[in-house]
Design a protein around this ligand. Structure first.
Ligand code: PGA
Length: 251
């Protein structure tokens, strides 16, 4: 299969008020037209609509950072997948480690959210990754298998509606990254695991690496086999560094 077009996704987390977020989106959108990768930014839910509107005529898509699995109801503070889509998102991040480990989100919950995202026509970016203790105990690949099996629905998963992000928990926001060999082993294992579950369709699912990706390390990380893009936190809050990563993906 031909190489997948790389996806560079920015996870703004709980950062940016409206004026700063719209300004950042404008700066990214204005400089994205010649890039050969796909670009996505995921702002907080409160500014998803103005950011999506700012990006409407650009090559950059907008996404949500989470959604609830229910269609509607008494879930104070949550947003449904349809609401995320209604605000202008094409994608939604699900199962980020800050939700799994900070808020106790389980694989089953991530799977339910993935089904909800698919039903709403969103592309789910399903995050998985081992903690430092799990890596030290030699459990990394087993953790990834378990999280994939538990977090992805049994039916309906395609390259058009699902992206998997490998984010070692200990690499997120720490400035530390796995070695290129470790990234290759993890991504190869994810691809093989998806092939066992999905057959040939597994080759169409983009696998993003996330965790301290920056302009300085993006080119080498993005050149690793089975790395089809990046999920970027800190370095996505600055247009210049985010675009530098996108340029590395396109090179
Ligand atoms: P980081 O975050 O790039 O700041 O490490 C990545 C993420 O959490 O998606």
């Amino acid at each position: 299969m031909a190489a997948l077009k790389k996806l560079i996704a920015g996870n703004w987390k709980m950062n940016m008020l409206a004026s700063a977020g719209v300004g950042l989106a404008r700066d990214i959108g204005a400089n994205a037209q010649d890039l050969t990768c796909e670009l996505l930014v995921c702002p907080p839910a409160t500014i998803l609509r103005p950011v999506a509107e700012t990006l409407a005529d650009t090559a950059v898509a907008a996404g949500g950072q989470d959604c609830h699995e229910a269609e509607s109801g008494a879930f104070t503070g949550d947003v449904s997948a349809a609401m995320v889509g209604d605000a202008g998102a094409s994608h939604v991040i699900l199962g980020h480690s800050e939700r799994r480990h900070g808020l106790g989100e389980t694989d089953a919950r991530v799977r339910a959210k993935t089904l909800a995202a698919h039903a709403a026509g969103l592309i789910a970016i399903v995050c998985i990754g081992e903690t430092e203790a799990e890596r030290d105990a030699g459990q990394t690949l087993d953790v990834l298998s378990t999280q994939l099996a538990g977090s992805l629905p049994d039916t309906g998963v395609t390259g058009a509606n699902t992206v998997v992000a490998y984010e070692p928990v200990w690499a997120i926001g720490t400035g530390r990254t796995p070695t290129l060999e470790e990234v290759e082993a993890a991504h190869g294992h994810i691809r093989t695991t998806l092939e066992a579950a999905l057959g040939a369709e597994a080759g169409a699912i983009r696998l993003l690496y996330g965790g301290s990706m920056k302009p300085e390390n993006a080119e080498t990380l993005l050149a690793v086999a089975n790395v089809d893009g990046g999920l970027i936190g800190g370095a996505s809050l600055d247009a210049e560094s985010f675009l530098a990563i996108a340029a590395a993906a396109a090179s």
